[in-house]
Design a protein around this ligand. Structure first.
Ligand SMILES: [Zn+2]
Ligand SMILES: [Zn+2]
Length: 272
């Protein structure tokens, strides 16, 4: 039977791209996830994971949809150099929630304009259509639901569903009770999903000085994964200073408590 969704992690590092032998196992590219489902190509975030050529095998069509969580640069750094955006035969729908009074297009044009960058969105070549993010919409046959995250300046959590299979992408998320991104609301939103991609940037010790930065902790995300009943969970947005050795240790301690959780590795593919 053919898979309903094919997912490839192109970037799982948070905040800042890193490189070097101590990051070679989990990878240093920032947020980017490719999804193929129902004949559609959907890209979640446009971090530096968009660079390189790993996306090509997933990309047979001349149309794709880019779902951006928010415009922090670690989620956009791959956008200005993504080759399909320079192909005049390509069409692309871009979803990014209006924030700070700026539309999706205005936010991207803030990055894509001199002196920050010499190429504007209008001169890239591909036909771009910009969308605000409604609570619910469709990308072909794929249903997309959204939830507001708790993160400085805001961020969007996406759930993609098709034929009983669902993936939740919850990056840049500091879960807290009684606020946007409320823990119980999130667990309802993600309930029983096939795959949960979940921010787990900090250790509990680090959270003493990173509270309010907009990211979850490993123990809190472990609890969310369990409470939501996600069938499989992958922790993402690894802290840029976290080495492979540290991530392997942390992953082993998490898996001793729940074997449905792994830590995201760049290049990992999941078939649902
Ligand atoms: Zn981020
Ligand atoms: Zn952010």
């Amino acid at each position: 039977m053919e898979d309903t969704m094919q997912i490839k992690l192109l970037g799982v590092r948070g905040t800042l791209p890193v490189h070097g032998p101590e990051f070679s196992c989990f990878g240093g590219a920032t947020s980017c996830v490719l999804v193929r489902a129902g004949g559609e190509t959907i890209i979640l975030d446009a971090g530096t994971g968009l660079s390189g050529r790993a996306w090509e095998r997933f990309f047979p069509e001349k149309h794709f949809t880019l779902l951006i969580s928010h415009a922090h640069v670690d989620h956009l750094m791959g956008f200005p150099v993504f080759p399909p955006l320079f192909d005049p035969t390509v069409t692309c729908d871009i979803y990014l929630k209006s924030r700070e009074g700026r539309s999706a297009q205005a936010q991207l044009e803030t990055l894509m304009s001199p002196p920050l960058w010499p190429v504007t969105t209008g001169s890239m070549g591909a036909a771009l259509t910009f969308h605000d993010v409604p609570p619910f919409f469709r990308v072909g046959p794929v249903a997309v639901e959204t939830m507001e995250s708790r993160h400085p300046g805001g961020s969007t959590i996406y759930k993609l569903s098709l034929d009983g299979v669902s993936v939740v992408y919850a990056t840049d998320f500091e879960p807290e009770s009684g606020a946007p991104g409320d823990i119980l609301d999130f667990c309802d939103f993600a309930r029983g999903c096939s795959l949960l991609l979940l921010d787990a940037q900090y250790t509990q010790e680090e959270y003493a000085h990173t509270r309010g930065f907009g990211h979850s902790t490993i123990p809190r995300s472990l609890a969310l994964a369990r409470t939501s009943g996600a069938r499989q969970t992958i922790f993402i947005h690894h802290d840029p200073k976290r080495t492979d050795a540290q991530l392997l240790d942390l992953e082993a301690s998490v898996r001793a408590q729940s074997d449905s959780i792994t830590f995201g590795r760049e290049g990992k593919e999941v078939f649902l």
